[in-house]
Every structure is written in structure tokens, then in C-alpha cells.
Design a protein around this ligand. Structure first.
Ligand code: UT7
Length: 328
């Protein structure tokens, strides 16, 4: 008997309405559109309205679209896996809130935390549940409201991040569509990119708030060097497996980390940019939402067609990384 395969039956994404342009940021910190665009490729990003929307709302909207594309109803879901570093609350997990919002009463629900690599980590979890036969209809959501942990007095980091959600429904496959091998990895280096306070190491207090410990801290150039090296390794791992070569890969969907990092890696590995899905110009770096948002955009505008071989790569805080190859 052949082994069960898993595939993405539908995808969806959602971003909040509120746009922050580079000019908006130049009114908050000493920066400019002329500095940001050539250094990062980012022109604008989205921001939730605090008090009105949070991660579970974005995740629910993206999830609904994925469910619709997959042609299922929420009651068919038997598992929801959320990937986020900006949950609505420390607990309960965001996937439980999405489960309630969708009315997916049959679904178990949990979150995992792998920062920008979170969606591919969660996709692999879903795939393993499906091929083991224990779950048949899994909703995977990458969501982050990075603007809620961004310090808008720090020009080194505030230009990078935005908010959004991307989702995928993973089901058993009876055709050619499938998720192939996934590479997951980590190297524990907590100091490069973190939110220092608000957890059990440094619980929230007047002092942590007044020192800005609840905002993300990032060693930009060090993360940059790690990202360039990892992008190349992950692309190699994703694109040369199962007898495929990088020329067989029609689309690469990278974590939208920084256009300079992406262009440098793809130039070195020999993949032309017209085979790479890019939307960092409009959304910035949305962490766990970045890969599924780019996937959804390219599926809905018709670039990615059923049967296309696609590679996904992502890396971020932890440090953690992930890549996968799939036939859409
Ligand atoms: O998912 C992973 C998340 N992390 C990332 O995506 C970050 C990866 N890193 C990066 O994208 C880049 O390191 C940045 C875009 C954050 C920074 O670019 P860089 O080319 O590495 O700049 P730098 O940090 O080396 O700074 C160069 C100069 C410095 O000035 P001095 O010391 O040379 O006078 C900075 O103070 O640019 C200055 N600078 C800025 N100037 C205007 C840094 N940020 C800004 C800014 N506007 N926003």
C-alpha cells in the first residue's frame, strides 16, 4: 500500500487596512524613503489598530479564505496549528481563539513558536499528522502583529516589520499535489533577536516597561549575515531533493526578510528573480505570516498553478530555520 501524501488544498491571507509608509516613519525617527528602499526593498507595511484587532482576528480572516478555497467547512477541520510570536495573550493559545471564531468545534488547537520559520514548521507538523493518518483536515496559520512589539523610536528595527496572516488547509492527497521533504533546524542564540521582558525570565514590571524591555531587540547586521548564509543553504536543501534540481523549481517563496538578502542569495544560487515571489515592498517583514501571504498572493493572481513545483524557505529568531518543497 502506498504511503499517504499530504498537500495544500487551499490558502488564504489577510492584512489590516492601516498602512505605514516610509514617509510616515520618517516623521517618527531619523530615516527616509531614500535610505529604506535601497537597503531593504520595503515601501510600506500594515499595522493593526490596537484595541480593535489582534493576531487571532487576522488569523481567522486568513483561515476563512483558506477554508473557502479548499472547498471545506470549518466543521471539517480536525486540527488547527497556529504559528506566532505575537499571540493575543500569553495563554490561551491563538489557535484556540481561531477555533472559537471559526466554529471549528471538532478541531484540536495549539500554537508553536518558531518566529519567521513558524509557518513552515507548522506546515510540517500538519503534514506529519496527515500522513500518519491521525488527522485529515488541518488548518495551518502563520500570523504576527509585529508592530505591537516594535519600538517606534528605534530606526534600526522599526522600518522592517509589519502585520499580517497567511493560512493553508492541509489534507491527504490523491493526485500529484504534495508536500515533499522538509528541512527544520535551530541554533539556540537568544541574544540576536528577542523580546527581553514579559516572560518568565523578566516578568512585566514598571521597570521593564520604562526601559522598553517589551519591545523587540535585533542585532540587524548579525541577523543579516546569518540570513544570507542560511537562505543559500536552505534553497539548496529545498531545491535538490527527490531527484529534482533547482531548474525544476518553478517558484521560490522565501521569507520576506530584506530584498537585498533575497537578491544576493538568489544571484549566488543562480535562480532568476522572476521565479521568486516578492511582496516585501508592500508588507515588510511579517514574520510567520510572510511565506503564506506570498504563497496566497501568487496563487490568487494566477502565477502559481496546480502542478507547479514550489520551494519555501524561512529563518529567524531562535535562531531557527525551515525549508520545504511542494507540488502545488
Ligand atoms: O526575520 C529576520 C528579522 N530581521 C531582519 O530582517 C533584519 C536583517 N537585517 C537587515 O535587514 C539590515 O541589517 C538593516 C536593514 C536592519 C540595516 O541595514 P544595514 O545595511 O545592515 O545597516 P547598519 O545597521 O549596518 O547601519 C548602517 C548605518 C548606521 O549609521 P552609521 O553608524 O554608519 O553612521 C545606522 O545608524 O545606517 C544607519 N541606520 C539608518 N539610517 C537611516 C540604521 N537604520 C537606519 C534607518 N535610517 N532606518
Amino acid at each position: 500500500m502506498s504511503q499517504t501524501k499530504a498537500y495544500i488544498a487551499g490558502c488564504g491571507s489577510y492584512v489590516p487596512e492601516n498602512v505605514i509608509s516610509n514617509d510616515d516613519l520618517s516623521r517618527l525617527v531619523d530615516t527616509s524613503d531614500e535610505w529604506i528602499v535601497p537597503r531593504t526593498g520595503i515601501r510600506e507595511r500594515r499595522k493593526v489598530e490596537v484595541g480593535k484587532e489582534a493576531s487571532s482576528d487576522l488569523a481567522t480572516a486568513a483561515g476563512l479564505k483558506a477554508i473557502e478555497m479548499a472547498g471545506i467547512s470549518a466543521s471539517d477541520l480536525d486540527l488547527i496549528v497556529g504559528a506566532t510570536i505575537t499571540p493575543d495573550h500569553l495563554f490561551p493559545n491563538t489557535a484556540c481563539l481561531v477555533q472559537r471564531n471559526l466554529g471549528a468545534h471538532e478541531a484540536a488547537a495549539f500554537d508553536l513558536s518558531a518566529a519567521c520559520a513558524g509557518f513552515i514548521y507548522a506546515l510540517e507538523v500538519a503534514k506529519q499528522f496527515v500522513i500518519s493518518g491521525t488527522r485529515k483536515c488541518v488548518l495551518v496559520i502563520g500570523v504576527d502583529c509585529m508592530t505591537t512589539i516594535t519600538d517606534y523610536t528605534d530606526r534600526n528595527s522599526c522600518i522592517i516589520f509589519g502585520d499580517g496572516a497567511g493560512a493553508a488547509v492541509v489534507r491527504p492527497s490523491e493526485g500529484d499535489s504534495q508536500i515533499y521533504e522538509t528541512t527544520l533546524g535551530a541554533r539556540g542564540e537568544g541574544d540576536l533577536f528577542l523580546v527581553p521582558a514579559g516572560g518568565s525570565r523578566l516578568p512585566a514590571s514598571h521597570e521593564t516597561i520604562s526601559s522598553g524591555g517589551h519591545f523587540l531587540k535585533m542585532e540587524g547586521p548579525k541577523v543579516f549575515r546569518f540570513a544570507v548564509q542560511k537562505m543559500e543553504e536552505l534553497l539548496d536543501a529545498a531545491t535538490t531533493q527527490n531527484g529534482f534540481s533547482k531548474d525544476d523549481v518553478k517558484w521560490v517563496i522565501p521569507h520576506q526578510v530584506n530584498l537585498r538578502i533575497m537578491e544576493s542569495a538568489f544571484r549566488r544560487i543562480g535562480i532568476p528573480m522572476d521565479r521568486v515571489i516578492i511582496n516585501i515592498d508592500r508588507y515588510g517583514n511579517t514574520s510567520a505570516a510572510s511565506v503564506p501571504m506570498a504563497l496566497d498572493e501568487a496563487v490568487r493572481d494566477g502565477r502559481i498553478q496546480r502542478g507547479d513545483l514550489c520551494a519555501m524557505v524561512a529563518f529567524g529568531a531562535g535562531l531557527s530555520w525551515a525549508s520545504t518543497l511542494l507540488r502545488w
